[in-house]
Design a protein around this ligand. Structure first.
Ligand SMILES: Nc1ncnc2c1ncn2[C@@H]1O[C@H](COP(=O)(O)OP(=O)(O)OP(=O)(O)O)[C@@H](O)[C@H]1O
Ligand SMILES: [Mg+2]
Length: 246
């Protein structure tokens, strides 16, 4: 699945420098430095509790940083509300998908487009999502929470795409899926990237994520322990695995 990456000198769209964040007295991130360049898939690996989800939440404004800086296309996100960060083009597909019960597939997708005023644009985005995920088209009038786990993952990604994002933050999209669906999900991520999406992918399945990504970071205890081009990390999987605790 290796493919030619984007220009290594492509512009940095998302940059974290010295980011510290936590929950009350619990410090979850101890000074994270991370870069995502336009057109790249960057993967953030780490064991349970390493701080992967917190990193994504800090970027999308769901967790406040206590030190350091997050910038997106040169703008400082630190004091912005989550809804404003979404409007800038940062879409977060949360861990566990968060599909709303009582809303149809279509309504869930429309919810993703809350930042999009233009109705024609919303319609064309939905057609685009249906092209990527035909099952969502067929199930569009069904309650979203009744979809299978894999279908809910597609809906969660579709909902994020309705935003027309510049950067997608994906939190363990393969979690809980059967092996075939895991591969399907990875294929979709690759395809989105080939169509131009910039992606920060959190994964516990390091082997898989490193096959897809251009660059990777390994997080442990809220600190980046290792980083490098994905092919370099692939050659070092034993070291990577040591940090993943398996
Ligand atoms: N809402 C919260 N309140 C208090 N502590 C939290 C909260 N969420 C996470 N933590 C703590 O912050 C640390 C980092 O958690 P985080 O969810 O970022 O890890 P993760 O790498 O995403 O793990 P996993 O692979 O299990 O999803 C952990 O020690 C966790 O217990
Ligand atoms: Mg997590």
């Amino acid at each position: 699945m290796t493919f030619d990456g984007p220009d290594k000198d492509a512009e940095v769209v998302l940059r974290l420098s010295g980011v510290e964040a936590g929950y009350g007295r619990i410090r979850a991130l101890n000074g994270i430095d991370l870069e995502v360049r336009r057109g790249q898939i960057v993967t953030l690996l780490g064991a349970n509790g390493a701080g992967k989800t917190t990193t994504l939440k800090t970027i999308s404004g769901l967790v406040r940083l206590t030190a350091g800086k997050v910038s997106f296309e040169g703008q400082d996100l630190a004091q912005m509300r989550a809804s404003d960060i979404a409007r800038l083009g940062v879409a977060h597909v949360p861990e566990g998908r968060r599909i709303l019960r009582g809303l149809t597939v279509r309504e869930n997708l429309e919810l993703g487009a809350f930042t999009v005023r233009d109705a024609a644009l919303r319609r064309s985005r939905m057609q685009e999502v249906f092209r990527l995920f035909p099952i969502l088209d067929r199930r569009q009038h069904q309650d979203g929470s009744l979809l299978s786990g894999g279908e809910q993952q597609m809906l969660a990604m579709g909902r994020a795409l309705m935003q027309g994002p510049k950067v997608l933050l994906l939190d363990e999209p393969s979690m809980g899926l059967a092996p075939k669906l895991v591969l399907d999900t990875m294929r979709i991520i690759k395809r989105l990237n080939q169509e131009g999406a910039t992606i920060l992918l959190v994964e516990q399945n390091a082997r898989l994520a490193l096959r897809l990504a251009h660059y990777g970071y390994v997080l442990e205890g809220g600190t980046i322990r290792m980083q490098g081009p994905a092919e370099t990390l692939r050659a070092d999987t034993s070291i990577v695995q040591a940090y993943l605790g398996d």
